[in-house]
Structures are given as structure tokens and as C-alpha cells.
Design a protein around this ligand. Structure first.
Ligand code: PRE
Length: 291
């Protein structure tokens, strides 16, 4: 045996030993998640998107060496998805209209190969599947502009009338943007909904629906929000409900349903007659942070 093949053999034995350590740790992690699942008890969903975001941010911040960050994310997404599925029956309803195949890919990349995906034609059907507990979570397209929906009302407006048990937005995908495939001009953006509140991870956006009369400018809305102590990060979409206009607005930071700033905004009465928090998400990592 040559010197080279001896050292190759010994390097491979080291790799075998590392693989076994990784495997043992995976088995240990899985056992810990089972204990977490027992501790969660009767909660409505096992999904904790804020915790998932914190895990990925922490690992990416400490990462070093040649192993690609995108591959690190992929491994953890696969592991977390599999560990969601061992905690409870877990399925994701995915909107198949519009950029349907892209949304399926987005859901697969995020939830991994184990979690079953259920195609639903419209976003409204995804909301209903989650509300009726036919799916544990749903993936719907990121609203943009004035909604010309194939439903009486865009999906996000239906969340604004929901009770505490109704689906809410809990995550935005992709959390870490993969490189664009050839021929794809831009990545699809989607929101994850589930029957739980959005988490506070320290770097978040909140989605609110503001109800106003007609002809309220963006500047006026922004000023009313600022007077209430809320910083708008942008108007995502608007739609009409009878004589009222509904504005879907992204707010900087985590704002919980009972936040006094929302009450201050609604107390002004003009221009905002009503405010509903429909969820929020951990701010996705900028693509440039994943070289
Ligand atoms: O921390 C939890 O609540 C878990 O269920 C564990 C875990 C994980 O694998 O780390 C899995 C799924 C959750 O969405 C978040 C995290």
C-alpha cells in the first residue's frame, strides 16, 4: 500500500467516525424534540417558525469554513421539517394557482421531504383547509397591489375578520433565498399561515389590515400610524369591502394583538376606522448574507 492510500484510508476512517457522531447527535436531537412535543401538550400546532428562524440565524452567524451556507440551511430545514412531522400529523396546504409549481418547490425546500403537501387551487381554499384543521399550515402567495382575486375577497382580508383561533401569518418564505434557477427571473414570495400567533424573534415584521373610507393616501396612512407609534414598512395590497377600503400594511417590528399602539391608532377614528393584526414573520435574511 502506498503512503497516499494509507493516509486516504485514515482520513476516510475519520469521516466515518464523524458521520457516526453526526448520526448519534441526530438521534439525540430527535429524542429531545419528542420531549418538547410532550411538553407542548394540547397546543393547536407544533409549528414554531420564530424558533426555527432563531436557530438558522444563530448557526449562520457562527458558520465558518468552506461548507456552503445554503447547504447548511437545507440540511437544517430538512431536519426541522422531519421533526415537525414526528411531533404530530403535519401537512401543508399549498396554493396551486398562479405560480403553483414554484410554491410547491418553496414548500418542499422549507418543510422538507417528509411533510405531506396538499395542493389547493386558490389561496382562499388554503385558508379554509387550515381553519378547518385539514392542514396544519398553509402556503399562500405574497399579496401585491390591488387584488383582482378569483374569490369574492383576497385571502388576507378574510384573516382580518378572524377570531383568536383563525389562521394567521406566521412566516415568510423563502427565509433564506436560494440562487435563482436558470430561466427564473425572480423568486416567488409566499407567506405561511397557521392557527397560532406570530413569534417575537427580535427582528420581525407584523402584518396589519387597516380599514378606512375611500381616498386615503399612503402618506396619510403612514402619518396616522406614526402618530400611533407604529412604523410602516410598506403597503402590500388594498381591496374594497363595501364602502370601506382595506389596506394590508407591513409594520416594522413585532406587534402583538393587544399592543396599545394599535388601540391608539384605532382611537383616532380618522382615517383608520379599524385595525386587525393578521400575523407576522421573522424578517428573512438578505440574499447577500448567503454568499
Ligand atoms: O422547539 C420546538 O418547539 C420544536 O418543536 C423543535 C423544532 C426543532 O427541530 O428545533 C422543530 C419544530 C419547530 O417548528 C421548532 C423547532
Amino acid at each position: 500500500m502506498t503512503q497516499d492510500s494509507t493516509s486516504l484510508d485514515s482520513l476516510r476512517r475519520e469521516i466515518d467516525s464523524i458521520d457516526e457522531s453526526i448520526h448519534d447527535l441526530l438521534i439525540q436531537r430527535s429524542a429531545l424534540v419528542e420531549r418538547i412535543a410532550n411538553a407542548k401538550g394540547e397546543t393547536i400546532t407544533v409549528l414554531r417558525p420564530g424558533r426555527e428562524a432563531e436557530i438558522l440565524r444563530r448557526l449562520l452567524a457562527r458558520h465558518r469554513g468552506q461548507f456552503p451556507r445554503m447547504a447548511l440551511v437545507r440540511i437544517w430545514r430538512e431536519m426541522i421539517g422531519a421533526l415537525l412531522a414526528i411531533q404530530a400529523p403535519f401537512a401543508v396546504a399549498v396554493q396551486s394557482s398562479g405560480r403553483g409549481p414554484d410554491f410547491i418547490e418553496l414548500a418542499r425546500n422549507h418543510f422538507g421531504v417528509v411533510v405531506p403537501l396538499q395542493a389547493c387551487r386558490t389561496a382562499g381554499q388554503v385558508v379554509r383547509a387550515v381553519a378547518d384543521s385539514e392542514a396544519s399550515a398553509g402556503l399562500v402567495s405574497m399579496p401585491a397591489g390591488i387584488e383582482m382575486a378569483d374569490e369574492p375577497e383576497p385571502w388576507w382580508a378574510s384573516l382580518a375578520v378572524g377570531s383568536g383561533e383563525a389562521p394567521r401569518v406566521v412566516a415568510r418564505l423563502p427565509f433564506v433565498s436560494p440562487p435563482l434557477s436558470s430561466g427564473v427571473a425572480e423568486l416567488p414570495q409566499a407567506l405561511v399561515i397557521a392557527c397560532r400567533d406570530h413569534d417575537d424573534t427580535g427582528d420581525d415584521r407584523t402584518l396589519v389590515v387597516l380599514e378606512t373610507g375611500p381616498d386615503v393616501s399612503r402618506d396619510r396612512l403612514r402619518a396616522a400610524m406614526a402618530a400611533g407609534g407604529l412604523e410602516s414598512a410598506g403597503l402590500l395590497a388594498i381591496c374594497r369591502r363595501g364602502d370601506a377600503w382595506l389596506h394590508l400594511i407591513e409594520i416594522q417590528g413585532h406587534v402583538a394583538v393587544g399592543d396599545p399602539r394599535l388601540a391608539r391608532l384605532a382611537a383616532q377614528r380618522e382615517p383608520v376606522a379599524h385595525v386587525s393584526v393578521i400575523g407576522g414573520y421573522a424578517t428573512p435574511l438578505p440574499p447577500e448574507s448567503i454568499p
